[in-house]
Design a protein around this ligand. Structure first.
Ligand code: ADE
Ligand code: ZN
Length: 338
């Protein structure tokens, strides 16, 4: 349809895609074979890439997905593994007219299984440099994410390690986030690690909240962690005073429509508060989260929003402007993207 062509051609900014979430079942199996990694033998889903893909269509919750997501990490060992994974993702993003992308990665989990921060970052940076040559119209940045299923002390250790690696001097690392399981992980658990980051001069802070957890977590992430963005933030709509606060503070939500349906946060795309966000002036961008697990590209996420909400051209202008303004890139780059 013409709208599909319009959305394909639309210059896009993505702020919420996990590099490990771009690992397809086929890549998972081929890297496991290459690296001699044994996949779980007690789970019939790991019989073949196609049985794994079928299992991905039956996720029951965020935690059910995360069990598979973190098994996937185990096949990534070398710099080259991270390079190939990242380059494939960037090539794919470019084919969808992505012009700026900020990619999450979960260093704590890789370090915990013996893969160094340098290994992953050098692979990702090599991919970024190749992409800069091959796709010069696209800017690429990385955002390390802390994880909530490991102890808060481990988050502290990672933050110190990253700061000691010169996070602030490295222009490709544009912020800091937190992800993984949400239930029972109140933001106050992480206020001291976020305070450490802010004191070290990290200004661009975000956090996954309001995906499964209550609007109160979103409010607390702003108050206790000092975040400028919220990843997901879907449930913020349940608190009208929080909605006003998001508008006033220009907090951008990085919404992931297909992810929310696959992980059963909502029954269908129509249940997302997209119309309310637009009408009340809440800024948001549209994102794919973990496209290899949820079966939807970034463009699919744009198209499904269009089909569910029948947005107008002025609506799309607002979405595009907010996702450029909410990007963590230079003002000059934002001018290019507008
Ligand atoms: N890690 C990868 N995808 C995630 C999601 N949707 N929520 C929380 N943590 C994640
Ligand atoms: Zn996410």
């Amino acid at each position: 349809s013409t709208l599909h062509s319009f959305l394909q051609a639309l210059p896009k900014c993505e702020h919420h895609v996990h590099i490990e979430g771009t690992l397809t079942p086929e890549m998972l199996f081929s890297l496991a074979a290459k690296n001699g990694i044994e996949l779980p033998s007690d789970d019939p889903a790991f019989a073949s890439p196609s049985s794994l893909r079928l299992r991905y269509q039956k996720f029951t919750s965020l935690d059910d997905f995360l069990r598979y997501f973190f098994i996937g990490f185990e096949v990534l060992l070398t710099t080259s593994d991270f390079e190939v994974l990242t380059y494939e993702h960037l090539k794919n993003a470019y084919s969808q007219t992505v012009r700026h992308t900020e990619v999450f990665f979960d260093p704590q989990v890789h370090i915990a299984r013996g893969v160094s921060y340098q290994t992953m970052l050098s692979g990702m940076n090599t991919a970024r440099e190749r992409a800069a040559r091959d796709f010069p119209q696209m800017s690429v940045a990385f955002i390390p994410c802390l994880v909530r299923h490991l102890p808060a002390s481990s988050a502290h250790d990672l933050a110190s390690e990253i700061l000691s690696h010169g996070h602030l001097e490295d222009a490709t690392l544009v912020g800091f986030g937190i992800s993984s399981t949400e239930a029972g992980r109140h933001p106050s658990l992480y206020s001291s690690v976020y305070a450490t980051l802010r004191q070290a001069g990290v200004e661009n802070l975000t956090a996954h909240y309001g995906e499964e957890g209550p609007s109160e977590y979103v409010a607390a992430a702003i108050s206790d962690l000092g975040v400028k963005r919220i990843d997901h933030g879907r449930r913020a709509i349940e608190d009208p005073s929080l909605v006003r606060r998001l508008v006033d503070a220009k907090v951008m939500l990085t919404v992931c429509p297909i992810s929310n349906v696959v992980l059963r946060g909502v029954q269908e795309i129509k249940d997302l508060p997209i119309r309310q966000f637009l009408d009340s002036g809440v800024r948001f961008s549209i994102n794919s989260d973990d496209p290899a697990y949820f079966g939807g590209s970034l463009l699919d996420n744009y198209c499904t929003i269009q089909e569910a909400f029948d947005l107008s051209m002025p609506d799309w202008k607002v979405i595009v402007r907010n996702s450029v303004e909410g990007s963590w890139c230079s003002d000059d780059r934002k001018m290019d993207l507008m």
